[in-house]
Design a protein around this ligand. Structure first.
Ligand SMILES: Cc1cc2nc3c(=O)[nH]c(=O)nc-3n(C[C@H](O)[C@H](O)[C@H](O)COP(=O)(O)OP(=O)(O)OC[C@H]3O[C@@H](n4cnc5c(N)ncnc54)[C@H](O)[C@@H]3O)c2cc1C
Ligand code: SF4
Ligand code: SF4
Length: 471
């Protein structure tokens, strides 16, 4: 369905209360800042929008443009790209390359290859835009992202690097409006890109911006600043945030780079601080951007760049023609696709401890993987499992058969599609059954070993008695 039915039938009656009810209270707000970007009555408190008392109860802009209320993907794709997606996992694109900035001043401060900052400075220097709405850094709270409008190279350089926490970037539209900046670009994660696209395409000239470029950054999940940085990292772990120069996510760990040391925190210990809305977000590569930029798929210090729209393609070519970027075709599109697919399916990896236990119960490597996938997806079809694991379907079918024989999964037929779906057995039942089997084995072992040991003992006793008699 393209248009949210509530919006279609009740547009005139909707107001901030409805946004509050349908999005904010339901824990679906991504904190993208679109509602606050188009309405000066909305402010952000604790990462969530709230409205002041004098708002217009007949204005429905906030809910209309909220990407979490509805985002008509295929409609936007047709308008922006002239057609719908070419790839289920990555969306529409023209081509994908690896790239890296040629500017030392950018490479010294950027997150990966500096492509985002390079394109941003070019947009300003070439006069294509007068300002770029992006995430900057708070002057008061170290590492805290805040929306800014960059109007010169220095602002872009100061804003370089990733802050892995929610930032209402699109709220920067307000500053642009107040400063009379109309020709703009935006840099943001998928949810922010969706918000700005709705403003760009559906605001019917109500908002006076001429949006020249939408640059997306890949995003798998995002965290809450107060929860993760203030309370956990500074409060519980005692790491002073003002000493942290950069934050990187590498090797399944959250790395805090300080002047003389790197603190590495396992990702699994910070997952509880992920923003709730991110757990249902399905867009990894900012599919509606003109150009999307990330790290996965490229060598360290390089970016993976997905060039999507015509306008994105000609901007990227201009930046290359000005010798601002180095290019490489060494990009692992399979790995990129795998990550995007994981996010769409919300596949969670089974923990090493759980996998070890399942192996102890006799499961093979692929069975552990497939069972973990069933738990994570809760009733996938064979095709979905195939798509995610990317190995031969014979092997997967064999693993599924073994899981069914073990009683770890059941196969049912979906009455609507008539295709098979696979349901995982509850882990507690598997553990209980596994423990029973282990106990039975232990009992059997006890019985056979015990009788063997007893007879050995008895033989030994009688041998000793014979020896005693002889003596
Ligand atoms: C929350 C988050 C999660 C990410 N997750 C992944 C991932 O899982 N895999 C992956 O390959 N890449 C991920 N990225 C993208 C990656 O961190 C880099 O932003 C990207 O590779 C561009 O690198 P660069 O060197 O060109 O960036 P730079 O040139 O350093 O520019 C970085 C840009 O990101 C903007 N930015 C910083 N923090 C935020 C924020 N919180 N919200 C919005 N914009 C911000 C800055 O304003 C700046 O313009 C993530 C980025 C963010 C912000
Ligand atoms: S527009 Fe963005 S910030 Fe506002 S309610 Fe929707 S998701 Fe939250
Ligand atoms: S995971 Fe999705 S919702 Fe969360 S910040 Fe990233 S793009 Fe936005």
């Amino acid at each position: 369905m393209e248009i949210n039915p509530i919006l279609e039938t009740r547009k005139e009656e909707l107001a901030f209360d409805d946004l509050d009810y349908y999005v904010i209270k339901k824990g679906l707000c991504t904190g993208c800042g679109t509602c606050a970007g188009i309405c000066s009555h909305i402010e952000f408190e604790d990462n969530l929008p709230s409205v002041n008392k004098i708002y217009d109860p007949y204005c429905s802009s906030c809910i209309q443009f909220c990407p979490q209320f509805y985002t008509p993907f295929s409609k936007i794709e047709k308008t922006v790209f002239g057609t719908t997606r070419v790839d289920r996992n990555l969306g529409y694109y023209d081509h994908i390359v690896s790239a890296r900035s040629t500017s030392d001043s950018i490479l010294n401060v950027c997150q990966d290859g500096g492509v985002v900052s390079t394109i941003s400075t070019y947009l300003l220097e070439a006069g294509i835009v007068d300002g770029i709405v992006m995430s900057g850094i708070s002057k008061e709270d170290p590492l805290k992202p805040v929306p800014i409008v960059a109007t010169m190279e220095k602002h872009v350089i100061d804003a370089a690097g990733s802050r892995y926490c929610v930032c209402p970037v699109v709220m920067g539209l307000r500053e642009a409006f107040e400063k009379d900046i109309r020709k703009i670009a935006i840099v943001g994660t998928a949810c922010q890109v969706q918000g700005i696209r709705k403003v760009e395409l559906f605001s019917e000239d109500h908002y006076p911006f001429d949006i020249k470029a939408v640059i997306g950054v890949f995003c798998y999940e995002n965290f809450l600043y107060d929860d993760l940085f203030k309370n956990f990292i500074e409060g519980e772990l005692g790491i002073e945030l003002k000493d942290v120069k950069a934050v990187k996510i590498r090797h399944n760990a959250f790395e805090l780079h300080r002047t003389h040391e790197i603190n590495s925190i396992p990702l699994k210990t910070v997952y509880k601080h992920v923003n709730g809305a991110c757990t249902v977000c399905r867009d990894f590569t900012a599919e509606l951007a003109d150009i999307s930029v990330g790290a996965i798929g490229s060598a360290t210090g390089w970016n993976t760049v997905i060039v999507r729209s015509k306008r994105g393609k000609s901007l990227f070519e201009e930046v290359i023609d000005n010798n601002l970027l180095l290019l490489s075709d060494k990009v692992d599109i399979d790995n990129l696709t795998r990550m995007a697919r994981y996010k769409k399916a919300h596949v969670e990896e089974i923990s090493t401890e759980a996998a070890k236990f399942l192996r102890e119960l006799g499961a093979g490597e692929l069975e552990v993987q497939v069972y973990g996938l069933l738990l994570s997806l809760n009733a996938p079809r064979l095709e979905t499992i195939n798509e995610i694991l990317h190995i031969s379907s014979d092997e997967i079918e064999q693993a599924l058969e073994t899981l069914i024989e073990r009683g770890w999964a059941t196969r049912v037929t979906d009455p609507y599609t008539v295709s098979h779906i696979y349901l995982p057995e509850k882990p507690e039942i598997i553990i209980n059954n596994g423990m029973k089997k282990l106990n039975n084995k232990l009992k059997q072992l006890k019985r056979s070993v015990l009788s063997e040991l007893t007879s050995l003992y008895m033989r030994r006793i009688s041998e000793i008695d014979v020896l005693k008699e002889k003596a």
